[in-house]
Write a protein that binds this ligand. Structure first.
Ligand SMILES: [Zn+2]
Ligand SMILES: [Zn+2]
Ligand SMILES: [Zn+2]
Length: 239
């Protein structure tokens, strides 16, 4: 399994439009960006996207224009699904797997596309191209939101998606021991945000979940570029 992070920014991305903070200024100087949340998962010759953020067109071009065989949505926030329209007239629209609550708030926007939806029951694994995929509830109030675990040939990729640290114990079990763990870390250490983790909270959770490798993602423009364990756009992992 190969995992490529196509977007590691929060809902507004970095640089933030109109912002002249040090992180955004450095982004403009160097050309570095954090696009919105999308993860490319390759399983053999099949490809899955976990979320389809609004930067999807640029992300697929940057990734070498892979054909996408399936999409998993974690929740119905704009920054996690609105890029789905970018498949229009580009390729066969991929099937979408998501929890019922997510499908209820997303699919009608794409009524101009013809595609299938598969309702994923939380905590019930399903097969996707030979991988075992499980969605599980996290804590991102008031939006019902689901983390994702993908296991293939003994390798595990897991993501919290958008979540505070108040993740149900049963879901923490599915995040534990992953070969690659992604954690929401929207703000620097010391910030308290009710629906996301701060960098400090993400580090603490990584410490208890003992992944082989982890990255802090969904980072806002407040997070400095040289932060340890910070995810970077286009970073790849062979698991
Ligand atoms: Zn988000
Ligand atoms: Zn800024
Ligand atoms: Zn969200």
């Amino acid at each position: 399994m190969k995992v490529t992070l196509l977007g590691t920014g929060d809902a507004i991305g970095t640089p933030k439009i109109g912002c002249s903070c040090p992180v955004c200024t450095e982004a403009r100087r160097s050309g570095r960006q954090r696009l919105r949340s999308t993860v490319l998962v390759e399983i053999g010759d099949r490809t899955i996207l976990v979320d389809t953020g609004p930067d999807l067109r640029a992300q697929l071009l940057a990734a070498g224009s892979p054909h996408i065989d399936a999409v998993i949505w974690t929740h119905g926030h704009y920054d996690h699904f609105m890029g789905f329209g970018e498949f229009y007239r580009v390729q066969r629209i991929p099937p979408v797997y998501a929890a019922a609550e997510t499908l209820a708030s997303t699919t009608r926007i794409f009524s101009f596309l013809s595609f299938t939806v598969e309702e994923a029951e939380p905590y019930v694994s399903f097969d996707l191209f030979g991988a075992e995929v499980t969605l599980f509830p996290v804590h991102h109030p008031p939006m019902p939101t689901f983390g994702v675990r993908v296991e293939h040939e003994g390798a595990v990729f897991a993501t919290t998606s958008d979540s505070s640290a108040r993740i149900p114990a049963r879901s923490l079990d599915l995040l534990a021991g992953a070969d690659l763990l992604l954690l929401d870390a929207i703000a620097p250490q010391g910030y308290t945000i009710s629906k996301h983790m701060s960098y400090g909270e993400a580090l603490e959770l990584a410490g208890s979940l003992t992944p082989r490798t982890f990255r802090c993602t969904h980072a806002s423009h407040l997070i400095p570029w040289d932060t340890p364990h910070l995810a970077a756009d286009m970073e790849s992992f062979d698991l």
